[in-house]
Design a protein around this ligand. Structure first.
Ligand code: UDP
Length: 239
């Protein structure tokens, strides 16, 4: 209908590190709080898709340092992301929020396969969709997947929730007190200066397809809800 505004649809990237609360495994308090904040945003009308990392279990690059073949280590990493997806799904469902997990590696007993048009239908029905197992491909990262999924299911932006830092800085503010904070930043500057936003493949895919990214801190109370609703937080990375 003329004048009707389409609802805001966004992709939230949650690092595995956040889920682990700094340790291996799952910090249920953290996951429960994030779930509660997501539910609030969905109830206010935002369509929320999520990509969850797996760094709290395994990272392929680290496993390969320890002597496991890189691709196999990457598959272990991808399987770790699925456990995070199920934990988040559980807390969302406990809070009364219908949620579907879709994985890039088929595992019919625990999740749906990744079917983009079906993911869009879930979002339109007010369900949260969580994407697990990354791209299903070794040598990829969940950052790259978050850009790809956001493009394919037509999200307005990617919200990169960070642990321990609330924006992009010229240097690590925990180590360098002279670090300056960016409120906005171009894709090219982030790439050329190698700023800690996301990996280069993810950034270049965002740049080449004009997908805006907002980097924000997960920790402040209400931050996740605010970011999902479009509040100006942290750093916006765009053209
Ligand atoms: N991974 C992969 N392909 C993908 C996504 C992830 O091989 O498409 C593997 C990779 O080994 C990675 C691990 O899964 O280290 C966990 O994902 P990531 O490191 O992106 O998680 P985060 O750092 O966000 O917790």
């Amino acid at each position: 209908p003329v004048g009707a505004q389409s609802p805001r649809r966004v992709l939230l990237k949650l690092s595995g590190e956040a889920f682990g609360g700094g340790a291996v495994g799952i910090d249920v308090k953290v996951v429960q709080r994030i779930a509660g904040e997501i539910v609030r945003a969905v109830r206010s009308g935002v369509q929320v898709a999520i990509v969850v990392g797996g760094g709290n279990f395994f990272r392929g690059a680290e496993l390969s340092q320890a002597g496991i073949e890189r691709s196999r280590g990457d598959y272990m990493g991808m399987l770790g992301t699925v456990m995070n997806c199920l934990a988040l799904q559980d807390f969302l469902e406990q809070a009364g929020q219908a949620t579907r997990v879709q994985t890039a590696i088929t595992m019919g007993q625990v999740a749906e396969p990744y079917i983009p048009l079906k993911a869009i239908r879930h979002l339109e029905k007010g369900r949260v969709v969580i994407f697990g197992a990354g791209a299903g491909l070794p040598y990829f990262s969940t950052d790259t997947v978050s850009i790809q999924r956001a493009l394919e299911i037509h999200c307005a932006e990617v919200l990169m929730g960070k642990n321990g830092v609330d924006a992009v800085y010229t240097a690590d503010p925990r180590k360098d007190p002279s670090a300056r904070r960016f409120t906005s930043l171009s894709y090219n500057r982030a790439l050329v200066d190698n700023l800690a936003v996301m990996d280069a493949s993810a950034l270049s895919m965002a740049r080449d397809n004009s997908m805006p990214i907002r980097v924000f801190g997960l920790e402040g109370p209400g931050n996740v809800t605010a970011a999902l609703q479009g509040t100006t937080l942290g750093t916006r990375v765009c053209a």
